[in-house]
Each structure stands twice: as C-alpha cells, then as structure tokens.
Design a protein around this ligand. Sequence first.
Ligand code: NAD
Ligand code: FES
Length: 272
Amino acid sequence: MYKIVDKQSYNQDVDWMVVEAPLVARNAKPGHFIILRVDKDGERIPLTIAGIDGDHVVIIYQKMGYSTKLLGEKNIGDTIEDFVGPLGQAAHIRDKQHVVGVAGGVGSAPLLPQLKAYKEQGSNVSVILGARSKDYVILTQEYEAFCDHVYVTTDDGSAGQKGLVTDALNPLLDNDETIDHVIAIGPVIMMKFVAAMAKKHNRSIDVSLNPIMIDGTGMCGNCRVTIDDKTYFACIDGPDFPGENVDFDELMSRQNFYKDEEHACKLRLNKQ
Ligand code: NAD
Ligand code: FES
C-alpha cells in the first residue's frame, strides 16, 4: 500500500498528488512513468512522473474517466493499492543550445522534469503552456523559477495570448535562430501539429506518446505506435520518441478503441 502524503486540486478536473514510494523515487528519471491501481479491483492507470521529493513521487492527473475519478476521491492519509515504477525509458536529454517545451493542458506535468534537466545541463529553456482557459494553466510558477521565457496561451484568451500553443510557437521558430530543439507533450492532435511545425522549421522534436496501456511491460501490445513505418511499444521503448515521423493519426484512432465503454462507465458514475 502507498500512502498519499499531500494533495491539492488545481481546478475541478485536475489534481496534484504526492505519494510515498521510496523505491520509485530513488530510481526515477525525467520521462519515466508509473502505473497505479486505486484498489485491488482497479484499472491500471499510467501516469508520467511530474517530480520527485525525497521518498515521494508527484503525480498530476485529470479526472476524465471512472478510475481517475476514484483516485480523485482519495485524500491525504489514504492509501493506493499499487504504485509500480519507474517504467519506460528515461527521456533522452540531448546536447542542445535552446530548447522550447510545448505543453498542452496536463502535459505540463511530465514536461517539467525534462525541461529542468535541460536547464541543469546548461541549455537555455523556454516553455509555452497552453490550456483551454485560465483555470487550466498549471505549474506557471514552477516553470518561472528556472525557465528563461514562459509563454501562456489559452483557447478563450482568459490568460496570456488568445489562441493555441502553435500560435505562440510559430513566431518563436521564425525569429529565434538559437532554438534548436522542441519538446511537445499534450493532446495527440497538438503534438501532431507541433511536430509538423518543428519539422517545417528544421528543428528537432521529441514527443511523449500516450497510447492505451495495460500491463506497461511490453507483454500485451496495446501501446504499440508506428514511427518511420516501424512498430514500437510506448511502455518499454518510450514514452518519449523523436516526433518527426510518428503516425499520429493511427495513435488518435487507437486511443478511441474503448470510447464506448468509457462513455458507458461515465454515465454509470454520473448516476451514482
Ligand atoms: P486540452 O485538450 O485542453 O488542450 C490543451 C492545449 O493543447 C490547448 O489549449 C491548445 O493550446 C493545444 N491544442 C489542442 N488542440 C490543438 C491543435 N489542433 N493544434 C495546436 N494546439 C492544440 O488538453 P487537456 O484536456 O489537458 O489534455 C491533455 C492531453 O495530454 C490528454 O489527452 C492527455 O492524455 C495528454 N497527456 C499526455 C501525456 C504524455 O505523457 N504524452 C502526459 C499527460 C497528458
Ligand atoms: Fe502492454 Fe505496452 S502496455 S505492451
């Protein structure tokens, strides 16, 4: 059992949670993820690690489905049944001069340790935090603490520049020749357009892929993704990959595989 030692809500959908998990904390690097089960009958939830603090692991999750809603009902002092990790490959921290991180919504959580690692190795770092509205822009202060530039976009203009992350990225790539690398983490559709933009501007791009995962250990094949016409398993080969040649359309279609079941589950939960 794993104890919840701290928890806060950013808004009605997104929570920050700190879990006591010394073995995970000791071995985790930027890009690693964990799989948790809220209770013994629970579904496995994969979450990229947002930070480490001593023996504690920080996770940030969106209460979108049945299991993440159950997780959201847990409070400080409660326990989680399973908390397995670190899983996957650590992110490849490349030798780059100026890296721009592009985060969509809760994608700003897994991006944070990666950008910190770039800063620690001496790269300049900028970040674009995109969200649907002001309440969904998270971790701004944490990024401001070490980033050279922090840009905020919201779909409705309630904070920062009105528009999508790509509206902020395009002029940066046009005007700042020092930028030599982009990292995008967020909705697949966002990563698709950011990758295309980076490619058009001749900048390298890494993305963090979030297909449906079951076991997280390379056994079930659910998390397969296609890159350069080759199949990879996001759980053991990723979740971070070079973004230039990812088949994002296939990933979007595979993500919808259990859409009907998820919808039915949500309806059941709303009735309770
Ligand atoms: P969201 O749908 O509210 O979108 C966030 C932002 O992404 C938008 O404000 C916009 O700036 C940008 N965006 C969306 N569509 C775009 C488009 N067509 N072109 C350019 N930019 C676009 O985000 P959310 O509801 O917080 O969802 C976050 C998503 O990130 C989830 O789908 C989650 O699965 C994913 N995620 C991925 C990882 C990972 O490790 N890969 C980690 C966390 C979250
Ligand atoms: Fe099963 Fe990756 S989640 S193979």
